[in-house]
Design a protein around this ligand. Sequence first.
Ligand code: ADP
Length: 245
Amino acid sequence: MSEKPEKLIDKKGIRLDGRKADELRPLKLQVGVLANADGSAYIEHGKNKIIVGVFGPREMHPKHLSQPDRMVLRCRYHMAPFSVQERKSPAPSRREVELSKVIREALEPSVFVDLYPRAGIDVYMEVLQADGGTRCAAITAASLAIADAGIPLRDLVVGCAAGKIDDTVVLDLYDAEDKLGAADVPVAIMPNLNAVTLLQMDGILTPAEFETAVGMAVEGCKKIYAMQKEALRTKYMTVKEEAEE
Ligand code: ADP
């Protein structure tokens, strides 16, 4: 979007894409989508499309990166050259290096890393199409893919952002709202443990707005968490049916 529209949200509280302030974009989650990975998942979160492949636990390469008392979690967030309107260089950008780090930090508390000393898991997140909020969607899918790899987890991690457009705090910003809006607050939580594993803020909010945004994002996360569990259930019901045939 090149020119800023006069209003990102109208008097009735309807946003440019037709959503209400506290409405999520449509979501689709699928588990076990890659034959060659140990665990995998696919997410469509609005126009975002992200596929995740997990390998491991396996011997760490290079070996000197292994830890004697724990497993190492390696994450790579990458945007495909065709994921945005202008071709993106396939080389990792500073943004992708940073996102790989914050995503690892968001996922790590959920994994029982001490169960696999000296081992490593690799989590590859490939953004096929980006439309704002990809770090949160990547976290949601990566956690599912790790679960699909059979790695013991304390809880699933789920991500969702809230932010501010014009003067209103809204849930789950898409690209135009992210770029033209006032602030974006990505959040990731482990809902069952009531723990926050990612909290960032881009832009400016008052303390009261920040609290509203975090509360809204947590509610969004809880809705997506139910879908995550359903996606896992669907995969294992299919496996069960196949085994019974
Ligand atoms: P997030 O995707 O987690 O919201 P950012 O706030 O950094 O992360 O990015 C917001 C959006 O900006 C992305 O989802 C994507 O749609 C867009 N974007 C990011 N990098 C590029 C790029 N190199 N070219 C065009 N658009 C981009």
